[in-house]
Design a protein around this ligand. Structure first.
Ligand code: P1T
Length: 394
């Protein structure tokens, strides 16, 4: 069997099989079942320019190559480029655009994405932020602004707004714009935007893909060969590459992505239903609840609802602060998508770089709390929330 046939066969496997076996092949020189960490910066050449495909680790590294093969297989993408962080992956996308390009961006995005666009790339490109859950508004904005790129985060961070990716991709394609989707909250397990018409999928690998809160990384996937070459050129020229050790950690973490996502979603649904009934809760946002404004679209384009929940606690900042100080199992920390449960206050923490006025318009109020529901025993998680509600009652 040729090498090419073996790879094609592996790519035909189901998600959880690919997560283990694509890029996870035993080391051909020793038989080690776990791939080696090629902890090297450079590679010996037999004659100038004659080498085994690897010259320098900023450009290529065999451990990173394995991770890229695995992630491309999981997203059903032809190409994947792993980067040093989610934000550096976003930076590379911005650099593929001609200076002066127009970007139509969802109004609710991760605070760091907002900061990158409005304080770093605003001098290079033009950004228009709109509510992309409204397809008609997107259609009108595409006509008006003629963007080169439509940027969607779906579900959004932190409001969990969901955009109709397929409908927006159709509108963008008609207008010769490309669509990039930040798929961090769903991971390729629950959502595959390339199959819905997106040109680029972006992940903060720091979150669900790695899943163990011990790596910061990003990934870009595309089926467009020209774009992929441009990603490589830019990454090699600018330098935000992932280290061999971090690549290896993600390669290990991603093996359990399917199991973890199922466990996150199962726990999150129970927590969301618990919060919905709680007398100290004003309202809950979770894509799996039928009360979610875009629940139908979520059902159509996602195969699960993920592990992220936001809710509004009664009693304003005082109550949210007390609640956040009172939880014991839920750790008060930025980030999400790790096996352990995290809790945070978007207005003060992850979205502090979004101006207060815009935060308020989006609904990121002082009584908004974000949960990244982990895979602990559900009874322990509910008991922890119960305790914190009791303590925060004034
Ligand atoms: O942190 P980094 O790996 O650079 O990824 C940035 C990023 C991009 N996209 C989304 C949807 C994200 O949530 C993030 C990072 N978010 C957090 C750190 C957070 O706590 O929300």
């Amino acid at each position: 069997m040729t090498k090419k046939t073996t790879k094609t066969k592996k790519n035909d496997h189901a998600f959880s099989t690919k997560a283990l076996h694509v890029g996870g092949e035993p080391d051909p020189t020793t038989g080690a079942i776990m791939p080696p960490i090629y902890q090297t910066s450079t590679y010996v050449q037999s004659s100038p320019g004659i080498h085994k495909g690897y010259e320098y680790t900023r450009s290529h590294n065999p451990t990173r190559t394995r991770l890229e093969q695995c992630l491309a297989a999981l997203e059903n993408a032809k190409h994947c480029h792993v980067t040093a962080s989610g934000l550096s992956a976003e930076m590379l996308i911005m650099h593929t655009l001609k200076p002066g390009s127009t970007i139509l961006c969802g109004d609710d995005v991760y605070g760091g994405t907002y900061r990158l666009f409005t304080t770093v790339f605003s001098s290079l490109h033009k950004f228009h932020f709109i509510d992309t859950t409204n397809v008609k508004a997107v259609e009108a904005a595409i006509k008006k602004h003629k963007p080169a790129l439509v940027w969607l985060e779906s579900p959004t961070n932190p409001m969990l707004k969901i955009s109709d990716i397929e409908a927006i991709c159709k509108l963008a394609t008609k207008a010769k714009a490309i669509v990039a989707v930040d798929n961090t909250f769903m991971s390729p397990y629950f959502q595959k935007p390339l199959e819905l018409g997106a040109t680029i999928v972006l992940h903060s690998m720091t979150k669900y893909i790695n899943g163990h809160s011990d790596v910061v990384g990003g990934a870009l996937m595309t089926n467009d060969e020209k774009l992929s070459k441009e990603f490589f050129r830019l990454q090699n020229s600018i330098g935000p590459c992932m280290s061999p050790f971090d690549s290896w950690l993600v390669l290990r973490g991603v093996k359990t992505l399917a199991l973890r996502m199922e466990a996150h979603a199962k726990n999150a649904m129970i927590v969301a239903q618990y919060l919905e009934k709680h007398p100290q809760v004003e309202s809950v946002v979770y894509p799996g609840l039928t009360t979610h404004p875009q629940h139908k679209i979520a059902k159509k384009q996602m195969s699960g609802y993920g592990g992220m929940i936001t809710f509004f606690i009664k009693g304003g900042l005082k109550a949210s602060r007390k609640f956040l100080e009172s939880v014991e199992l839920f750790a008060l920390a930025e980030s999400l998508g790790g096996v352990e449960s995290l809790i945070e206050h978007p207005a003060i923490m992850t979205h502090a770089s979004v101006p207060k006025k815009i935060r308020e318009e989006l609904g990121i109020h002082d009584n908004l709390i974000r949960l990244s529901v982990g895979i602990e025993d559900i009874d322990d998680l509910l008991a922890d929330l119960d305790r914190a509600f009791k303590k925060s009652k004034s």
